[in-house]
Design a protein around this ligand. Structure first.
Ligand code: NAP
Length: 249
């Protein structure tokens, strides 16, 4: 028996980047994994195959998590196929790169809906399917509490996620549901290729990181997956920084 055998997990945005690494690591530990995606159908098909290859009874569901009215579809499909949800990983994220002073309504709404509101809504809907002792993990980033050039609207939405983490942890504790957030440093996924000053940023992150390199998707996924196990039963309401020491200086 693997540690997560018999568990059902949902990873939003689980078919590329960090979400894919989380989905595969959960599957390797025995979980049946539901991956949500929106735009990248080919990536979803490829990830589904990889999950099945490692023995997961996997499922992919195409839903824009930023669309309040569509999100219930994810949980309807989970209810129908598995009847429960033990692990919820709120990973999907999107946003427009802009300074705070230039955030317009569209940019604000995009990041708040896709990042913050999706987390709120997924936990609210997922709760009914979650047995006592389930696990919730969200993904945040250092831009929630520090200045990162052009990251204002996404950073603000991540700050909401971190605040909700603490409230959910308190409110779901009577049901022994652990709620935590992993805050990653710079990981070289498609998300960051969109930064206008991408190469300069990579060089600066390597220079400032005590380990002298950029982190990998698995280095974030390993911590997320740990928080989904019983070994992390006494951790709740925490924002765990996983950045190779970048934020120390
Ligand atoms: N990369 C980093 O350096 C870094 C650092 C700290 C924290 N994080 C956090 O880690 C998480 C994953 O980041 P990443 O770098 O892996 O991002 P990524 O490579 O851009 O992947 C984003 C994922 O989210 C999905 N997604 C985006 N909008 C969606 C929507 N409206 N509905 C459903 N799915 C949607 C995408 O799926 P489709 O393509 O199918 O739409 C994709 O699977 C994010 O929460 C991010 O903020 C990343």
């Amino acid at each position: 028996m693997k540690e997560l055998s018999g568990k059902v997990a949902l990873v939003t945005g689980g078919t590329r980047g960090i979400g894919k690494a989380i989905a595969l690591n959960l599957a390797k530990m025995g979980a049946d994994v539901v991956v949500n995606y929106f735009k990248s159908r080919n990536a979803a098909e490829a990830t589904l195959k990889e999950l099945e290859t490692v023995g997961s009874n996997a499922h992919a569901v195409r839903v824009n998590v930023g669309n309040y009215e569509k999100v219930p579809k994810i949980f309807d499909e989970i209810r129908e196929k598995y009847g429960k949800l033990d692990i919820l990983v709120s990973n999907a994220a999107l946003g427009v790169f802009t300074s705070a002073i230039n955030i317009d309504d569209k940019a604000w709404k995009l990041s708040m809906d896709t990042n913050a509101r999706a987390f709120l809504h997924c936990v609210q809907l997922g709760k009914a399917l979650m047995p006592d002792g389930s696990k919730v993990v969200a993904l945040s980033s250092l831009g929630s509490s520090r200045h990162i050039d052009g990251y204002a609207s996404i950073g603000a939405s991540k700050a909401v996620i971190e605040t909700l983490t603490r409230y959910f942890a308190y409110e779901l504790a009577p049901r022994r549901i652990n709620v935590n957030t992993v805050t990653g440093g710079f990981i070289d996924t498609d998300a960051l290729k969109g930064f206008p000053n991408y190469q300069m940023m990579v060089d600066e992150v390597i220079r400032r990181t005590p380990f002298g390199r950029i982190g990998t998707t698995d280095e974030i996924a390993d911590v997320v997956v740990f928080l989904c196990t019983e070994k992390a039963s006494w951790i709740t309401g925490q924002i765990i920084v996983v950045d190779g020491g970048y934020s120390l200086s």
